[in-house]
Design a protein. Structure first.
Length: 187
């Protein structure tokens, strides 16, 4: 059994402009940096042994700020990246949603991008593999897509029903390859 803490990256400039970043990046806002500091304070006495972060800049920046309170090894993992929106990376949300038609259709992918099955498979396979290699609690710093996937898996809800904000902190357990026992620490 492995305890996992899950956080989304802090607010970015493109979040404010409603731009789907996908595999592109924009910097954290001052609010995003402050929020990451708050997460660090909340998580610092939870016995976390290692941080796994998406290798995209906004998540890695969030992980580094949190780690200024935890002082742990950080591993940057591409499997924790946001959905690849292909030709729609860095495009306004309305444009991406129009290109996809049904944004939550599990099988639809933008040209050159991923469908929701693909992001689900890569994120969940990484998280369940952690149970075999880690013994203590871990922190996962990721994005809205992987966060919704984890919540959807544990809560048995549609991804469209699993919205979180950048202040989100959750805790769950991986046991025998299954994600369970989710609790919100901060919404």
């Amino acid at each position: 059994m492995l305890i996992c803490y899950l956080v989304r990256h802090g607010e970015t400039e493109w979040n404010l402009k409603k731009i789907h970043q996908g595999h592109m990046d924009s910097p954290l806002t001052d609010k995003g940096k402050e929020d990451a500091e708050e997460k660090g304070k909340i998580l610092q006495n939870r016995g976390i042994k290692i941080i796994y972060s998406s290798d995209l800049g906004r998540a890695s920046q969030t992980a580094e700020i949190i780690n200024s309170f935890l002082h742990l090894p950080v591993s940057y993992i591409s499997k924790l990246r946001e959905r690849n929106f292909g030709v729609c990376n860095g495009r306004p949300a309305a444009e991406v949603e129009k290109a996809l038609g049904d944004f939550w259709d599990l099988n639809k992918a933008p040209q050159g991008g991923e469908n929701l099955h693909q992001i689900r498979d890569r994120a969940l396979s990484f998280i369940t593999e952690l149970e075999r290699k880690e013994t203590g609690p871990v922190l996962i710093v990721t994005h809205e897509g992987p966060t919704r996937i984890v919540l959807s898996e544990i809560l048995h809800k549609e991804m469209s029903e699993c919205a979180t904000n950048q202040g989100f902190i959750g805790r769950f357990v991986v046991e025998n390859g299954r994600l369970k026992n989710f609790e919100f620490i901060r919404h």
